[in-house]
Design a protein. Structure first.
Lengths: 143, 143
DNA sequence: TATAAGTATACTAAATAGGTATAGAATATG
DNA sequence: CATATTCTATACCTATTTAGTATACTTATA
């Protein structure tokens, strides 16, 4: 019940890109170095973000990545889903076959778990990267 | 970001025991058969529940398991924690070493994740097995 | 057209999950 | 008190997933 390393890296990648000037293209190597992420693993991970439409990629010389959306529009949930796929708290919610319908004895539990999942997802949606970098800016000033 | 098979089995085990007469001792094989859980895996899993003080175990002839607490007092969170250990949504929350304190750039994210974790945990605490079996009873009548 | 970027796919190693086996300890019953 | 029965402890094995790497390819700029 925790996020993968790739998701954690993805959080950092988007956080880093959110701090750049809008439209600024940053190459993979720079993100990799600044955030201490193995370059090849970053390239693989960021492709999920690109395919999900969260970052734009540019090939060739002067290529790199930039956000495809305003940081305000990108939430933690978007990142998690882009990297790990939809959050499904247990198998039963994933497909009907894994939930033994004859065993009515345990289905109420899965109903409860569906609620847990719903609550978790909506909490993840509450945090966007505009707010997150502002909190950070604020904190930096204070210290 | 999902529960393990062992946790899912544990849900079913406690659900099954909650439906017995208070104090009734049920042997592992019976639970195993009724809930379609491999017996040896069940024995391993239920030991975590026993060690966490959720079930009582009785050895020898006529031995088996019964709940150590009132179903009302046992929540989904208790089960998850007994089987998987404390829920920690990412490494950073697990120990300070994994959170690079110099990289202030990504710590606000971890603050947010701590809130997500808090919300998830408190949702898991809302469901106790007394309520869960009653929902089930109710549903059975309706159908 | 050379070079510096990302893309796609496949591969490998380590960790975790899921399940099994074996030997041992406790206890009800004859 | 002997024995069968039930749980306990530990160790083991296999499959899957995670984390990371390598190679060949595509795109675009200068």
């Amino acid at each position: 019940m925790k996020f993968t390393q790739a998701t954690d890296y993805a959080f950092r990648i988007i956080f880093y890109l959110s701090q750049q000037k809008p439209g600024e293209i940053v190459e993979a190597r720079q993100i990799s170095e600044r955030e201490s992420i193995p370059i090849r693993f970053l390239l693989k991970t960021i492709r999920s973000l690109s395919q999900a439409g969260i970052v734009k990629s540019y090939r060739g010389l002067k290529g790199g990545y930039s956000l495809a959306q305003d940081p305000k529009e990108i939430t933690l949930k978007d990142i998690v889903e882009a990297v790990e796929g939809p959050v499904r708290i247990n198998k039963c919610l994933l497909n009907d076959k894994d939930c033994n319908k004859d065993a009515t004895s345990w289905c109420p539990i899965h109903k409860a778990l569906r609620n847990v999942q719903k609550v978790t997802n909506s909490e993840l949606e509450k945090y966007n990267f505009c707010d997150l970098i502002n909190i950070n800016q604020h904190r930096d000033k204070e210290e």
